[in-house]
Design a protein around this ligand. Structure first.
Ligand code: TXA
Ligand code: MG
Length: 320
């Protein structure tokens, strides 16, 4: 069975399951696991063959670097060189849904494939107990992109991983992810923090710690983050955003109370946090229902709403 339930509340079976998965990672196999953001597809970040397998499994362009997951700030310091602003961010938000893109250290053991040959590396310390236990047990940094075929919405449940990548992939199943959106990605221009990807740590919380974030450039000649330029998050159905009401033939995804019959719901209560948690699962649900067109209600741009709208815009644009 490729989907393996894991429950941190059952210490004995939990330890055994994590140790087995860690051995598989160490032998070069891929293991999907939950984080607080989305499910990741893990590989030993120091093993070039495992990383090549990972790019292949996702159909991911090799120019798109991976995020490397470690258990602590101390472990991150072995991989990358921190600046003072990055230290503040790590102290404020790790463990948690924030990725920092920093220069690789001289002795960084991570294979070049993970960083797509760049001089920088994306690192993050996840908060999820399964992710933490797996990293510690594996004893190596774990490279993990979202565990979906490249271009699709990220998986927020174990079943999504199997739907997207086939049931040949081992998935540690600890239920739905809390945040539902990927980590916020911050790079640096000198010491100035640059927002490379909106995500599960809201902009205002980050700016409260380090001041205003610089916007990344989407100049194709100088991409600040390769992932920004790629097709992303798209369901099979056509997607229309900021829709006050559905048109004929459209499946409606509401935000707040609605009279539309058969509508899916981002958040009945109008919570942007709940909308973030539900977004990708609803896009997948719309596909499962065979919808050819989806209309999504306007979502307010505050809190996690900004990241939800970012994903919706990219999903809508992906289909032209
Ligand atoms: O929440 C998350 O971040 C999840 C979980 C599994 O941790 N992972 C995830 O990974 O979303 P992925 O590969 O789907 O997205 C990583 C993003 C991409 O847009 C990539 O281009 C960017 O981070 N990135 C990674 N390393 C980078 C680097 N060295 N420079 C610029 N961008 C980088
Ligand atoms: Mg992804």
């Amino acid at each position: 069975m490729a989907i393996r339930p894991v429950d941190p509340a059952q210490p004995n079976t939990f330890r055994t399951a994590i140790a087995a998965a860690a051995r598989e990672l160490a032998s070069g196999a891929l293991v999907a696991f939950p984080t607080e953001t989305v499910y990741g597809l893990g590989a030993d970040a120091t093993n070039g063959e495992a990383l090549a397998r990972l790019f292949e499994a996702k159909g991911r362009p090799r120019i798109n670097p991976l995020i490397v997951h470690v258990e602590s700030v101390k472990a991150a310091r072995k991989l990358v060189i921190f600046n003072p602003v990055a230290v503040k961010l790590a102290e404020a938000f790790w463990p948690g849904p924030l990725t920092l893109v920093l220069p690789k250290s001289a002795k960084c053991p991570v294979h070049d494939l993970a960083s797509a040959g760049l001089a920088t590396l994306g690192v993050r310390v996840p908060a999820h107990p399964v992710a933490q236990a797996l990293i510690l047990s594996a004893g190596v940094p774990i490279a993990a992109p979202s565990a979906n075929a490249s271009g699709e919405p990220s998986p927020t449940r174990a079943a999504h991983v199997a739907e997207s990548l086939g049931d040949g992939i081992t998935v540690l199943d600890a239920g739905p992810c809390n945040a539902g959106l990927e980590s916020t990605v911050i790079g640096f221009d000198g010491h100035v923090p640059v927002l490379l990807r909106l995500g599960a740590t809201p902009r205002d919380e980050i700016e409260a710690v380090v001041g205003p974030l610089r916007e990344a450039s989407d100049d194709a000649a100088r991409p600040s983050s390769p992932g920004r330029l790629l097709r992303h998050y798209a369901p099979r159905a056509r997607l229309r955003i900021n829709a006050v009401a559905p048109e004929r033939g459209e499946l409606f995804i509401a935000f707040g109370p609605t009279d539309v019959e058969g509508a899916l719901q981002l958040s009945e209560a109008g919570s942007t946090r709940e909308a973030a948690m539900n977004l990708f699962a609803l896009l997948r649900e719309a596909d499962k229902r065979g919808a050819t067109a989806i209309a999504v209600a306007p979502v307010p741009d505050h809190g996690l709403g900004e990241a939800v709208n970012d994903r919706l815009r990219r999903a809508a644009a992906a289909q032209g």
